[in-house]
Write a new protein. Sequence first.
Length: 445
Amino acid sequence: METTQEIVQAVQAAGVTGAGGAGFPTYVKLQAQAEVVIANGAECEPLTHVDKQLMLHHAPEVIAGLRAAMHSTGAARGILGVKGKYKEVIAKLRKALGDATDITIAELGNFYPAGDEQVLVYDVMGRVVPEGGLPIDVGCVVQNIETLYNIDAALHGRPVTEKFITVIGAVRQPVTVKVPIGIRLRDVLALAGGLTTPDPVILDGGAMMGNVVGDLDAPVTKRTKMLLVLPYDHQLSVKRRTPREIFDAHAIAACDQCYMCTDYCPRHAQGHAIQPHKLILLLASGVPLTDAQMAGAMLCCECRTCNYACPVHLSPGDIALNIKRDLVREGMKNPYHRTTEADPYRDYRRVPMTRLINRLDLAKYDVAAPLTAVSTPFTRVELLMRQHIGMPAWPVVKVGDVVKCGDLVGEITKGGLGAPVHASMDGVVVSVSNESIVIEAKEVG
Ligand code: SF4
Ligand code: SF4
């Protein structure tokens, strides 16, 4: 087994980042000292199918990645957090674990947002992450399943050049595919047999936390996890197109301060000072954004659970996350750092996934999206220099250079937070800028 330093260096050099969507450079988490590493296999977003299929088809690699993370952080324990309903996945993991006692499986309920890392830490360990804190504050490191798979690959000398993505919704053949990073989103959609709606709205990241795709020629990044295709008039499409001023005006006019949004907020249930109903009250009163109560928005994890809870279909979650983003832009730091206790009624205020899917009118899209081999030969990739949290990478190749898949093309300044970028196909560099590098397929001698 490698030393901590060797694991950290290999993971850093391979450009591994949080594959659950956050994009945080993984080597940083592996430098912490932890009691336990939790593998996040909760598969949080409705209709996503990446993590369970990785566990089903690549259990040994995921477990090897988890062991490496445990070794690096000094954690004596590893826990695989998996929804209890995934019996086949759990059987595969048990088989791969054999007689091992250092790693156990925690069977999670089928709730949203089971994969929020603070929710996961509480469900698995019974520990509440402090306000504005991280799982490491209570001795835990949480890693996404695909990230663990990539950690194992890094230790075998393979940098991150591919991404697993579920394509689902209004498509002919819902699939989960492994594709080169940098191909166009429209090429990923084509792998699902084409769209079944003439005027689609595509959510990159899923129904609850995803963002509307504005440009189908945008490239796949290390953060792309799910493309949910919806008809233009689907309720989620309509909501996501609604301008902020309209959300705010509706809430100011129609919110009756019933408190349901706050009751169902998973961070409020941890005892944190986030109260979306109060944000609406403050919005209506015209109190300046820097008011201490407004700053409760800084504790919002942007899960939009409260939207589901609102009986009159307002969008308190969008209001909270917009206020949070405003405050972050203005340079405000979260003033809340209390250690809190979970609400004793927390478990009675959880959102069952099936009800959420029905409420969001997604039941007709709740189908399998099997991991399917891709035979399409891709001829062009665009590799963004910023696919992660931290500073962007800087190009280390020039136009005309011949590269092979896995070659370093974007580097990070020594000591800076970030992740290097690697060529995801053999070819020739045809364009270089501070934003991206384009490679086109050519015969490489
Ligand atoms: S989106 Fe809503 S439910 Fe989620 S953390 Fe923010 S306020 Fe709470
Ligand atoms: S649930 Fe809806 S109506 Fe009730 S307080 Fe929250 S935003 Fe207002």
